[in-house]
Design a protein around this ligand. Structure first.
Ligand SMILES: *[C@@H]1O[C@H](CO)[C@@H](O)[C@H](O)[C@H]1NC(C)=O
Ligand SMILES: *[C@@H]1O[C@H](CO)[C@@H](O)[C@H](O)[C@H]1NC(C)=O
Ligand SMILES: *[C@@H]1O[C@H](CO)[C@@H](O)[C@H](O)[C@H]1NC(C)=O
Ligand SMILES: *[C@@H]1O[C@H](CO)[C@@H](O)[C@H](O)[C@H]1NC(C)=O
Length: 375
């Protein structure tokens, strides 16, 4: 009897001890867990602004090497391009951009397309997105010899248009049935910077763009107009661009949003190549079009210096409001081609007056049709 009582007391003692151990273990683990969470977050946070999102948003400068392309397994590239094509279609539908209308976003624009009937190839020539290379390729496909193209003083675009007329809506739609159609896109803000550098900063003396540059300086330079540099700075150019869009002016073809330039939601675009993956995408394109013996993939780029360095240099001169205003102008290109502001917004100068930032986010322009139904 007494023995059993002692045993029970012992058992009770053990149970209490066990509970105490569990209780204290849990109590000890909670702060460890909290410290772990804080530490992890702390660990992630400083990395974020430097990582530029999951996908590398900037196009790296590079030289094409033919052997890389020959040995490439194309099934992965094909899957990616199929994914992009379906993404474009879906996004067009969500944004209501696939419904025909009379405004510049909804009126099918066949004007900028080049149709090669012989090789069943259709391309919309987006400026500043490998356009030099593909203009060359289309000129080769049209029968010009490389030697002639090297020595010709006529702009490649003019030569191309002598062989490829501007298609009407009917001819383009007919050509698209049974052809391989493609588009090359680039991050909208990278494309804009490239256009600025090519056309405004390094404008040819006496050209339309040089005159435009002088006009921009006259209106947007806050210091005396004669102060260096002789071309508009990037912030001045952006101020001018934003104001043009606000006033509903037609934009220059070098920086018109692709959504208006090619109206990709109105046509069946099969291949959406990105400059970030251009080597693989165009190798696949050339293979699928059966043009391996005619076209050698190449990267003719007039630009100078590293793209990434230029992005840092120019976007850090803008304010965050200006970058958001640019997002507004190119918002459909961002959405249709799955680009983001990651890596760009952080470069901009913080706004001392928050109301400016708010105004940029809620910016409206003069073209009511550019606001889709979902807004
Ligand atoms: C869109 O971009 C994100 C990362 O930026 C990526 O994870 C996703 O797969 C992309 N979607 C398509 C359809 O390319
Ligand atoms: C390419 O990769 C896929 C799987 O990703 C594989 O099934 C296929 O056999 C590969 N093709 C070649 C030619 O290596
Ligand atoms: C476009 O405008 C024309 C006349 O200007 C009109 O007949 C037509 O119905 C309009 N189309 C749409 C989709 O609004
Ligand atoms: C595409 O072309 C084929 C003949 O080549 C024709 O039968 C078909 O109706 C056309 N499709 C469309 C949508 O025009």
């Amino acid at each position: 009897m007494r023995l059993r009582k002692i045993k029970r007391t012992q058992a009770n003692g053990w149970r209490i001890a066990r509970r105490c151990v569990i209780f204290f273990t849990v109590i000890c683990l909670v702060p460890v867990f909290l410290v772990f969470m804080v530490a992890t977050d702390h660990y992630i946070r400083p990395v974020r602004p430097l990582s530029f999102g999951i996908r590398k948003p900037f196009t790296e400068d590079r030289i094409l090497t033919p052997h890389v392309l020959k040995n490439k397994n194309m099934s992965m590239v094909a899957r990616r391009l199929d994914f992009r094509r379906r993404y474009l279609k879906k996004t067009c539908n969500v944004l209501g951009l696939d419904r025909p209308g009379n405004d510049s976003l909804h009126k099918p624009n066949p004007w900028e397309y080049l149709v090669n009937d012989k090789h069943h190839l259709v391309w919309c020539n987006v400026f500043k997105a490998a356009s030099t290379s593909w203009m060359y390729n289309f000129n080769i496909l049209a029968g010009y010899s490389p030697k002639f193209l090297r020595n010709s003083r006529t702009p490649p675009m003019t030569l191309a248009r002598q062989k490829y007329g501007r298609p009407t809506l009917e001819t383009l739609q007919k050509a698209l049935n049974g052809s391989l159609s493609f588009l090359i896109v680039r991050h909208p803000l990278e494309r804009l910077l490239s256009a600025y550098r090519d056309k405004i900063q390094y404008a040819v003396p006496g050209s339309v763009h040089r005159k435009l540059g002088k006009e921009i300086i006259r209106k947007y330079r806050k210091k005396a107009a004669h102060e260096a540099p002789i071309y508009p700075t990037y912030p001045e150019f952006v101020d001018w661009l934003v104001s043009s869009v606000r006033n509903g002016q037609t934009l220059d073809m070098h920086w018109t949003p692709i959504v208006e330039f090619c109206t990709p939601c109105m046509f069946n675009i099969q291949i959406v190549a990105h400059t970030e993956t251009l080597e693989e995408d165009q190798a696949y394109l050339i293979k699928r079009a059966g043009l391996e013996s005619v076209i050698k993939p190449q990267w003719k780029n007039a630009g100078k210096g590293s793209t990434t360095a230029q992005i840092f240099k120019h976007y850090s001169q803008l304010t965050r409001s200006q970058i958001l205003q640019l997002y507004h102008i190119y918002r459909f290109d961002f959405e249709l081609f799955n680009y983001s502001l990651n890596g760009y917004l952080e470069l901009g100068k913080p706004e001392s007056d928050p109301s400016k930032l708010l105004a940029a986010i809620t910016m409206r322009d003069n073209n009511p049709n550019s606001v889709p139904q979902i807004y």
